[in-house]
Design a protein around this ligand. Structure first.
Ligand SMILES: [Zn+2]
Ligand SMILES: [Zn+2]
Length: 445
């Protein structure tokens, strides 16, 4: 026998409301009220998705993927629109024309690949995994490299980028709060969100107080425009001049590199929220997609990332294509990165299983006919769930025990150190006393 618990939590939040629904299936043979309570607590303690009455009404009307047309009253950002339009126009017209009429040297293609990789790594390893999520620590030399090539990628300063990205994680899929909400359609989440001054795109700098204390991040933020101009015009023109092909290198390593780099990164906000699988959670639109990972230096494992954003890896398995995690790890080996954060494997497996249980329950609810077979399946799922709950409880207890032991070991170490220094103090006192006595006996003759 199984028992299905459905709980709706409704909290008033100013004029808006926060609504969360928690469901869990437990066996009546082992009813776990604390399990349900934990489940509800997890949902309540997770960052609130605050939705206005207008949004709730639209959802009630069955609108799933909305178009940007609803928000077109926002003022167009002409600077950004023209920048994207002009660079894309040159990339699809002048670049092929020059290639056909003059031809590009191998060196120009090499610089294209090198600068594109530098831009992508600066965004994925630097802007994303270091500045936005603090999944590891980096030495200043590496930070400066990230900030320079990040400025070259022309995606705003690390400070503004991180503020927008933290908001994206916090309010994921909320059309009014998530800056690049995938529910507003492919075009909006890919590029549309930058073409107009949408209120959802306003960076909330209160979310990046830690970065405001970083002198290097603030240096890049304050000098963003000159840095961008130097990196996008100065560097390709200088390389072109040095290699004797100014226009060829500028077209490939300057313009084409910028357009390709833009759209590869934008795929993370669009495709990685629309196409792919959801092994860890289906509570949001984030998806794992190996093809997107191939295009985005490993950022395509986005379902895992939205579940465990504090892990420095996105492709968590050793065989998953994630050059960004390999780069961070290599830098760690060289000594340029430290404190790489990894989620324990048990937590990853727990998330996978948790998601499988939810899916199985939905599949079971959809099944028709064969009442006996359904009941049998239901019982098996309930048994598996019990085993799962027991394993989670045992793991939590073991972890608490380990934490206590670590704490105790630390205290013991500290006490031992304290004792040793006290011993040394006493020994030194005796040494001084012996010197004093020698001086005294010398006086006594
Ligand atoms: Zn995302
Ligand atoms: Zn992220």
């Amino acid at each position: 026998m199984t028992l299905r618990i459905l709980s709706t939590i409704n909290i008033n939040y100013g004029t808006a409301s926060l609504e969360a629904e928690a469901q869990c299936v437990v066996s009546t043979r082992q009813f776990l009220p604390e399990d349900h309570a934990n489940f509800c607590r997890k949902i309540v303690s997770s960052p609130p998705t605050v939705r206005s009455a207008d949004y709730n009404n639209r959802q009630a009307g069955g609108v799933k993927f909305m178009t940007a047309s609803n928000w077109e009253s926002a003022r167009r950002n002409w600077t950004v629109t023209l920048m994207f339009a002009l660079t894309a126009a040159v990339a699809v017209s002048v670049v092929p024309w020059y290639g056909i009429s003059h031809g590009f040297h191998a060196a120009a293609w090499m610089w294209f690949a090198l600068l594109l990789s530098a831009n992508e790594l600066a965004i994925t390893c630097g802007y994303h995994r270091l500045f936005a999520h603090a999944t590891y620590e980096a030495r200043p030399a590496l930070k400066v490299a990230y900030l320079l090539f990040g400025a070259m990628a022309l995606q705003n300063s690390a400070l503004v980028w991180s503020a927008g990205h933290r908001t994206h994680h916090r309010y994921i899929d909320d059309p009014e709060r998530d800056p690049y909400c995938a529910r507003r359609g492919f075009w909006f989440s890919h590029i549309g969100w930058m073409l107009r001054n949408y209120p959802s795109g306003d960076p909330d700098l209160s979310t990046v107080r830690d970065l405001q204390r970083d002198p290097w991040v603030m240096w890049q933020h304050r000098h963003y425009l000159p840095l961008t101009l130097i990196m996008n015009f100065g560097v390709p023109l200088l390389i072109g001049w040095a290699s004797g092909d100014i226009l060829g290198v500028f077209l490939l390593a300057g313009i084409l590199r910028l357009v390709v780099s833009h759209h590869l990164t934008f795929c993370i906000n669009s495709l990685a929220h629309i196409v792919g699988i959801q092994p860890y959670t289906d509570e949001n639109t984030a998806r794992d997609n190996a093809v997107v990972a191939l295009l985005t230096f490993g950022e395509g494992y986005h379902n895992f990332h939205h579940m465990f954003a504090h892990d420095y890896r996105n492709g968590v398995r050793w065989w998953q294509w994630d050059p960004s995690k390999w780069f961070i790890y290599t830098m760690h080996w060289i000594g340029l990165t430290t404190d790489l954060k990894r989620v324990p494997w048990f937590k990853i497996r727990r998330a996978l299983l948790d998601n499988q249980f939810r899916r199985a329950e939905r599949q079971l609810a959809r099944r028709t006919g064969g009442a006996q077979q359904i009941e049998q399946l239901r019982r098996r799922i309930a048994e598996e769930y019990e085993t799962f709950c027991r394993a989670v409880t045992a793991w939590t207890q073991l972890r608490d025990q380990w934490l206590q032991e670590t704490r105790r070991a630390m205290i013991e170490r500290w006490e031992r150190a304290l004792l040793q220094s006290r011993f040394k103090e006493l020994e030194y006192g005796l040494q001084l006393q012996s010197r004093r006595m020698r001086a005294l006996s010398a006086q006594l003759g």
